[in-house]
Design a binder for this molecule. Structure first.
Ligand code: UDP
Length: 414
């Protein structure tokens, strides 16, 4: 295998996984595939594309990544789209809609020579979605990749966007629950993590020790962790309650709640205050406010934990669960949304619906080292098979093979 990045992935995801990617990519060699989104840095989409593009290139595909440029009003409009698609009752005025259309047209003019020639164009989210209107001579297949939960969109906004995306050849959603009915094939490609990112790479024990020492965490005592924004749907106060109920049965128990971004989010600030009130100065409850780039710190905390909690009351997918399972940690997760795909009850962790339920499982697991190890190993394998970015790439390739080869019900690999 003469490709350095693929070799690195083979080492963590498995040589079989990489061989399968090579097989799938064989009929796609030399094909022009262009991804388009609205930002080069920041956010989950950019993070995924940063690895997907070089991986596709190493597989022999002529993969490119274009980023559209917009005005502040354009981003104001697409932020409103985002909130409306997630169900908020927000109105988007005509002036903003015209700006959205204008920016799409300008970017379409700029990118047209490449995009009209490409074999496959993958447009991410609503920001660049209206460009298709300006590609009268397009040659290839156009796919709309929606990363947003559109299960209960604010209707007026969806009525505006739907005709724009209906013109695509296919669309892709993250989970079945997020899908809207569209007049073309709809595919499901769940989110994934990158095993080679700072958040997920193996760390030396000394680095984990140093992070624990910095936050006053004693590595010789049992440790619970929840990583999440300070948001009521993540139920951080419920986590403190579960900790309180468990502690009498597990001497020396410590809890870390690690989150960030609360300072610029009024709602987050209020939730953080509630968490502090619930913790009530307890020296064994560590409430951490981390900067946005604290990836290695989060990685270290996840590795230091004995059990990871994600006690969400509502959750899209729950990447924190994926991250913890990949580090071979059993996860006690809220019985909701994408957590159900990841926490296989009694196998990779436990699904719970209350602080009492969480405490019951914690009390049991913290006394069952062997079971924790077994569950951890199953969790890691579950993620290896289903939630690494190599699986996401495999599904993109499969989708392209199907669309370009006009095979909707059958894919032949020779
Ligand atoms: N995260 C982070 N810093 C924080 C809190 C969360 O980097 O203070 C990361 C976390 O590791 C995960 C992502 O943000 O990668 C959160 O994704 P998830 O799907 O769990 O929840 P969301 O915040 O999207 O609802």
């Amino acid at each position: 295998m003469n490709s350095p990045l693929l070799q690195q992935y083979a080492a963590v995801a498995g040589a079989d996984v990489v061989r399968q990617l090579q097989l799938l990519a064989k009929p796609l060699r030399g094909m022009q595939v262009v991804h388009v989104n609205s930002t080069r840095r920041g956010g989950g989409v950019a993070e995924i594309l940063e690895k997907l593009i070089p991986l596709m290139s190493e597989l022999g595909i002529d993969a490119r990544w274009e980023v559209i440029e917009g005005s502040p009003e354009f981003y104001e409009c697409t932020k409103l789209f985002h909130n409306a698609l997630q169900g908020q009752n927000v109105a988007v005025g005509d002036k903003l809609l015209r700006e959205y259309e204008r920016v799409n047209e300008i970017n379409a003019m700029r990118l047209r020579p490449d995009l009209e020639q490409a074999d496959v164009v993958i447009i991410h989210d609503p920001q660049p979605a209206a460009m298709l209107r300006h590609m009268p001579k397009r040659k290839g297949k156009w796919i709309w990749r929606c990363h947003i939960d559109v299960s209960h969109p604010h209707r007026p906004v969806w009525r505006y966007l739907r005709p724009l995306v209906a013109d695509y050849d296919a669309s892709v959603f993250s989970l079945a629950d997020f899908v809207q009915h569209l007049p073309h094939p709809v595919y499901l490609i769940p989110p994934s993590i990158d095993p080679l990112s700072e958040k997920n790479v193996e760390l030396a024990d000394s680095e984990i020790d140093a992070v624990c020492e910095r936050f006053g965490i004693d590595r010789s005592r049992p440790l619970l962790l929840q990583v999440s924004r300070y948001d009521r749907f993540k139920d951080p106060v419920g986590v403190v309650e579960a900790f309180r109920l468990t502690r009498p049965f597990v001497p020396g128990l410590q809890l870390v709640l690690a989150g960030g971004g609360a300072a610029d989010d009024p709602e987050g600030e209020a939730v953080l205050r509630e968490v502090h009130a619930a913790a009530n100065g307890d020296p064994d409850v560590h409430v951490l406010l981390l900067p946005a780039d604290a990836n290695r710190v989060i990685n270290a905390l996840q590795r230091a934990a004995d059990v990871v909690l994600q006690k969400s009351l509502k959750e899209g997918f729950g990447l924190t669960v994926t991250e913890a399972l990949w580090k071979s940690k059993p996860v006690i997760g809220g019985d909701t949304g994408g957590i159900r795909l990841q926490v296989v009850n009694h196998q990779t962790g436990f699904l719970v619906s209350s602080p009492e339920g969480a405490a019951l499982r914690l009390r049991h697991l913290l006394h069952a080292r062997e079971q924790r190890m077994r569950m951890g190993a199953m969790g890691r394998e579950h993620v290896r098979q289903h939630f690494l970015n190599t699986r996401q790439l495999r599904e993109y390739l499969t989708l392209i093979v199907a669309l370009v080869g006009r095979m909707t019900d059958r894919i032949e690999l020779v």
